[in-house]
Write a protein that binds this ligand. Structure first.
Ligand code: AMP
Length: 125
């Protein structure tokens, strides 16, 4: 069920629990601003999620309330993970779902990194 991205942050969400170490994740990268881990239900040969460490519901929330340092750190981390995973030369896709029409299920901002094969249409019909 997609979330309402206008609701306040829910500290019980699954990615908040991963950040607190309450639930395991297959981490591929971590720094002061971001955590990256493999998606539990991969939709491509490479499917990694990158999340900010701060409590932000969505891209909308983060872009409105995030500090310059958090935003810069997060964007740098996403690029770093893609390079580290060897995705740049073959190409890859970034995706952030926001709210109902975006199909966002987890109410903590995450960017999906897809790669490892040609990814086809940008938005299914
Ligand atoms: P979204 O629809 O953009 O909110 O995507 C949520 C993503 O989180 C989905 O691709 C799920 O497979 C993934 N996911 C949910 N729970 C976990 C988990 N515990 N570890 C890793 N990925 C997860």
């Amino acid at each position: 069920m997609p979330i309402d991205a206008t609701l306040p942050y829910d500290a019980g969400n699954i990615f908040a629990r991963i950040l607190r170490g309450e639930i395991p994740a297959k981490t591929v990268y971590e720094d002061d601003h971001a955590l990256a881990f493999h998606d539990i239900n991969p939709q491509a040969p490479v499917h990694i999620l990158v999340i900010p460490k701060g409590a932000y519901v969505s891209w909308d929330d983060f872009s409105a309330r995030g500090s310059e340092a958090e935003i810069a750190g997060f964007v740098r981390a996403v690029g770093h993970v893609a390079r580290e995973q060897g995705l740049v030369a073959p190409g890859y896709r970034l995706l952030a779902n926001i709210g109902g029409h975006g199909g966002q299920e987890v109410p903590h901002l995450h960017v999906h990194l897809f790669g490892g094969r040609p990814l086809g249409m940008m938005v299914p019909a």
